[in-house]
Design a protein around this ligand. Structure first.
Ligand code: HEM
Length: 403
């Protein structure tokens, strides 16, 4: 189907074509109608923005709000709309100055210097996971054996969440991000996660240790800057944001490189190219299929189109990262490209807080894979791989590999 058939096509777009590329319709719209209406599940018609320059400008504009409590916020499913419980709204869904105050409580936790001090521990975790996967013999599921446990172990350690409980929160956090799940199921999962983290914060309050949740309790809850419930909400957001994202980015990166064997070979020969490759892979492979959600707080203009206060706006960073106006020959994967202007981590005040950590994890994972498993191959054809469609995070449920 071509976009010309519909003045406001249904969104999210169905994924026809190569699952490693943005939907064809998003690409068409970026070229022909870069700011256009789309139709959501509830019949509402927010704007979809697909060009790099327009999204950058929009993300700098304080009139565009991230506040889910504002009328007109573009929820992507009934589950997402109903599951936004007051207590679990944290700064990612707030505007300044509320956003600034909460984000500031965590900035010290994620500064580059602190993250760099974790690099050698992350390298050790990477090696231990690969040792175990390789000892089990090929084929193995790279997602289960490596891509998921790595960020999960790291964020658990940072927060002070027992990793033994990962199956409990992983299944629930996957459900929370599944836009096709029933609202009741999502609410139950969110409630259970909130209770779990609430209880954990309670334990830390009686016996604080050197971890992020303890610091939130001691420095923010006890002096009265946050309630216990807000501490649990913040921890929950970090737990979800901290592992599903990086895990899927690792898996998609490996798959993309395997589909461009000359790029994989280049990295095996020159592992010093890994940091540049990570930026290029973040650009080329988008794990945020639906884009960033905003609502206009006041009348404004994006790319010459008038947006009225109260109208929803979806900023599709995946399409922007393949915009030929921003990147030469954008569909080509080139690990030597200078891709630093990509928007995989967003832009503006909400730009990803965890990006220094994500970068270290991605660099460490890829360096170890090209060094230790240069003969890595995907064990199934692309059509048989289990892609994760229909959620807020795109990726793979499993990735069978051989070496
Ligand atoms: C490859 C991995 C990751 C990607 C692609 C990614 C992507 C993003 C994007 C696009 C945003 C902006 C959302 C918006 O503007 O509405 C964001 C925000 C955020 N991310 Fe990440 N993220 C990743 C990893 C992480 C990790 C590892 C953490 C924490 C441990 C994290 C924590 C956050 C937080 C707390 C925010 C909200 C920031 C704010 O609103 O001020 N992310 N992320």
């Amino acid at each position: 189907m071509s976009f010309t058939d519909s003045p406001a096509p249904a969104f999210p777009f169905s994924t026809t074509g190569c699952p490693m590329d943005p939907p064809a319709l998003a690409t068409e719209l970026r070229e022909e109608r870069p700011v256009t209406r789309v139709t959501l599940w509830d019949g509402s018609r927010p704007w979809l923005v697909t060009r790099h320059a327009d999204i950058r400008q929009a993300l700098r504009d304080p009139r565009l709000s991230s506040d889910v409590r504002r009328h007109g916020f573009p929820f992507l499913s009934a589950a997402q709309s109903e599951a936004i419980g007051e207590a679990l709204i944290t700064f990612i869904r707030m505007d300044p100055p509320e956003h600034t105050a909460q984000r500031r409580m965590l900035t010290q936790e994620f500064i580059v210097k602190r993250m760099e001090s974790m690099r050698s521990e992350i390298d050790t975790t990477v090696d231990a996971l690969l040792d175990r996967m390789m000892a089990g013999g090929a084929p193995a599921d790279l997602m289960e054996a490596f891509a998921l446990p790595l960020p999960s172990l790291v964020i658990c350690r940072m927060l002070g969440v027992p990793y033994e409980d990962h199956a409990y929160f992983q299944t629930r956090s996957q459900l929370v991000q599944d836009t096709t799940a029933a609202p009741e199921e999502v609410n139950t999962a969110l409630g259970e996660l909130a209770v779990y983290l609430d209880r954990l914060a309670g334990e830390k309050a009686s016996e604080p240790v050197d971890d992020l949740i303890s610091r939130l309790v001691v420095e923010q809850e006890i002096p009265g800057h946050l309630t216990r419930h807000e501490v649990a909400g913040m921890a929950l957001n970090l737990l979800i944001a901290g592992h599903e994202t990086t895990a899927n980015q690792i898996a998609l990166s490996v798959l993309a490189l395997q589909r461009h064997p000359e790029q994989w070979a280049k990295l095996c020969e020159h592992p010093d190219l890994v940091p540049a490759a990570v930026e290029e892979l973040l650009r080329h492979q988008s794990i945020v299929p639906t884009g960033l959600q905003r609502v206009a707080g006041e009348d404004l203009e994006i790319g010459g189109t008038a947006i009225r206060a109260g109208e929803g706006v979806l900023l599709q960073i995946g399409a922007a990262n393949r915009d030929p106006r921003a990147f030469t020959d954008p569909d080509r994967l080139d690990v030597e490209r200078n891709a630093h202007r990509h928007m995989a981590f967003g832009f503006g005040v909400h730009q990803c807080l965890g990006q220094p950590l994500a970068r270290i994890e991605l660099q460490s994972a890829l360096t170890a894979l090209v060094r230790r498993l240069p003969g890595l191959r995907i064990a199934k054809p692309l059509e048989e791989l289990d892609f994760r469609h229909g959620g807020n995070i795109y990726g793979l449920f499993s990735l069978p590999v051989e070496w």
